[in-house]
Design a protein around this ligand. Sequence first.
Ligand SMILES: NC(=O)C1=CN([C@@H]2O[C@H](COP(=O)(O)OP(=O)(O)OC[C@H]3O[C@@H](n4cnc5c(N)ncnc54)[C@H](O)[C@@H]3O)[C@@H](O)[C@H]2O)C=CC1
Ligand SMILES: CC(=O)C(=O)O
Ligand SMILES: [Mg+2]
Length: 604
Amino acid sequence: MAATWRTTICQSNKAPTKYPKLFFATKLNRFSSHFISTEDAYGREDTTPEKPKPSVYRTRHRGMEVIQDPFTNRGAAFTWDERERLGIRGLVPPKVQSFDIQAERVLSRVDALHDPLNKYDFLVSLLDRNETLFYRVLIDHFEKIAPIIYTPTVGLASQKSQVIFRRPRGMYFSKYDRGCMNTMVYNWPQEQVDVIVVTDGSRILGLGDLGANGIQIPIGKLALYVAGGGIDPRRVLPVVLDVGTNNEALRKDPWYLGIAEPRITGDEYFRFVDEFMEAVYSRWPQVMVQFEDFANPVAYPLLETYRDKYLCFNDDIQSTGSIALASILASLRLRGMTNREICKERIVCVGAGSAGLGVCETIIQCMEREGLRSHQAYRQFWLLDDKGLLGRGRVGLTPTQARFVRDDLPDGSSLEEVVRTVKPTILLGLSGAGGAFTEAAIREMAKHVERPVIFPLSNPVDHAECTASQAIEWTGGRAIFASGSPFDDVEYQNKIYPITQCNNVYNFPGMGLAVTACRITHITDDMFLAAARRISALSADHHKQQLFPPLSELRNVSLQVATAVAEVAYEDGLATAEPPRKMTLHQYLLSRMWQPQYAPLVPF
Ligand SMILES: NC(=O)C1=CN([C@@H]2O[C@H](COP(=O)(O)OP(=O)(O)OC[C@H]3O[C@@H](n4cnc5c(N)ncnc54)[C@H](O)[C@@H]3O)[C@@H](O)[C@H]2O)C=CC1
Ligand SMILES: CC(=O)C(=O)O
Ligand SMILES: [Mg+2]
């Protein structure tokens, strides 16, 4: 983060008379051709998509401060005017390098590195130096860069966080900060924050309790909010709640940067989170909070406590539910069926934690809207956890799990037994247990259905319940496959099978854009359902067997999600911003997307 934070953005639509040359020197770079809207990074101007109006960045920094602030730094790309006016002449190499060349150089450095963790380290250090360039490269090369700053490599980075630590990013609230959080939030240098992603590190991807190392996940998610949803990078805040860790190896590691004590639990834990939420909303009443990677025993209670009180959602429960539903709806289309036929699906879900339950509950909401009664919808599901099928007689279930208890098979039945009896049409994996979809189970499933839908959604890659090639091979090429982490396309019997990534990244950036731009006051299940339907409708013939567009189209998908969410919000009276009359909702949201551009940098 920058040493000082005095840069602001000029909101003016008028050419600043003082610096006419600079203003007219502004060029639209190639992002503009895709996302022509406004060059105002905060997007508050009443600009039309057809007539982008350039803005300028104004800064109070001078000299080295300009270079050390990642929001104003441009490396060797400062123009001569900027060098002159900001006092940096002689502090940067004499050649004015173009943004394109800079991006090319970054990409070649990434390609030259072989170890994924080194790539991660290189990219995060770029983020620390030059945010605009980082986002330019990420947006232009989502498919290459996202797997480094997001799953799977972010998992490795979380495990090694104490080794690769360079400088802090985001905020840490520890159990020793109790009583101080109300004042601590004012230590964050930005006046405005639109999105907070917070974790307590208790269930990081499928890797378990990683304590304060979990901070890498909010950092990665927020990078995708910016790149995918066009959220202003100055207005995002990654947070870790360090309530201790039950990971003994971390506690014993002298390099570990968190509190090396067991986690606080029960009322003490919930009071801690309460203090955090109150502190955050006392400073930023309109911020959206995303709960991320909280272990199941606390994830649902936290969501239930706060969903009506604050502007918040749980990514693993709600966004994952939305994207999994989108994948299923898209698979219906591939199978030549209508959305209504979702009611006939027999769904086996391996994993009955936050994500598994969130996904199944979202599908049930969709089935209900397609005409099934609630109890009928629940009958279409068979859930397994680490003890096997959730059956009658099982003790210790949460209220949500208890709704899925079956009495047609014994409690604890294995996946193979369940598949043999149930003959599922859809097999979901949200267990974090790599390899949980056995060859026997998948071959058995493939005996009974023409197009088995197989979604091992656990992250990172080696925690997926099966690989893409296993699913394709064991079903003789008939599987409709999607995975949580990216897999390469599969070649099987001289045919290429493109692989869809089914990850909540297709959902949350668009949610953030809609909430921020339309000032949505409350996030509802209907918004997630609308997002799912919109994403599923994006599957197109040109994507062949892919269920929806590849990650390279994340920005457009996010815009579609935002539009669907905003439509619901306005209809339900939950959006308070008034988009300019001359714009459609879609145009307005587009105009609000931050773009990585070097707008002319001028002194205050
Ligand atoms: N693709 C995506 O967008 C997302 C994927 N996930 C992934 O889902 C996985 C689970 O996440 P949560 O539900 O939040 O975790 P959780 O800890 O709340 O739940 C895990 C569940 O899996 C069960 N389980 C563990 N080992 C098992 C085994 N061998 N066989 C059957 N069940 C087993 C547990 O009993 C528990 O019910 C993680 O790997 C996570 O990365 C989570 C959110 C989004
Ligand atoms: C993708 C995600 O949120 C998870 O694996 O937890
Ligand atoms: Mg997660």
